[in-house]
Design a binder for this molecule. Structure first.
Ligand SMILES: Nc1nc2c(ncn2[C@@H]2O[C@H](COP(=O)(O)OP(=O)(O)OP(=O)(O)O)[C@@H](O)[C@H]2O)c(=O)[nH]1
Ligand SMILES: [Mg+2]
Length: 184
């Protein structure tokens, strides 16, 4: 699921990944689902991507799906400091609602823009992501920069976390009964 302020590029990021093209026109999203398939760690994965609204009128729909997803991309735009500041609030809300075995990655989009219009520097964004315990990637839906990497990283993290949280090893008792034990 992609979340973040309006106009940061969530829909363009998805279109770049799935359709390998840049869709530059801005049409505000209400809520939509896209599907694709990708090989990760030698396994074919069917990936469902939820594209959510930055506009607050549609947030109730967005928020009702938080608990259902394996991974969340929190997206801000590198030339929009308010969209970056909003991430901390969003992260707090999402962390309360999401499942224990789901994962968050933070994305600074519009990396193609020149330095003079950039208002969030790499180190600040990386430091914030560290504090929130999330990976950070800078992407450009326009050029395709790190788009594959961002999605593949999130999918890998989702797979690893799911295994770590849900892998409950079994052991045999003296009577041969199988019991489950949590890892320490
Ligand atoms: N320069 C640049 N512009 C981008 C990039 N990605 C998106 N844009 C522009 O940003 C605008 C908004 O992109 P969207 O993908 O529609 O934004 P969104 O986050 O889905 O917006 P909502 O659906 O309203 O939440 C578009 O007009 C794009 O042209 C990028 O990587 N670089
Ligand atoms: Mg959109």
């Amino acid at each position: 699921m992609l979340m973040g302020a309006a106009g940061v590029g969530k829909t363009c990021i998805i279109k770049r990944w799935i359709e390998r093209r840049y869709f530059g026109e801005y049409i505000p999203t209400k809520f939509q689902k896209e599907t694709t398939e990708v090989a990760v760690k030698g396994k074919n994965c069917k990936v469902e991507i939820l594209d959510t609204a930055g506009l607050s009128a549609y947030w109730s729909l967005r928020d009702s799906f938080v608990r259902t997803v394996d991974g969340i991309m929190l997206v801000f735009s590198l030339n929009d400091v308010e969209s970056f500041e909003y991430l901390t609030t969003l992260h707090e809300q999402v962390s309360r609602g999401m499942r224990e075995d789901s994962t968050i990655i933070i994305i600074g989009n519009k990396e193609d823009l020149p330095e003079d219009v950039r208002s969030v520097n790499y180190h600040l964004a990386q430091e914030t992501a560290n504090k929130l315990g999330a990976e950070y990637r800078e992407t450009s839906a326009m050029t395709g920069f790190q788009i594959d990497d961002a999605f593949l990283k999130l999918i890998e993290l989702c797979m690893d976390k799911r295994i770590a949280v849900n892998d409950v090893p079994t052991k045999k008792t003296k009577k041969g009964k199988i019991t489950q034990c949590r890892q320490q």
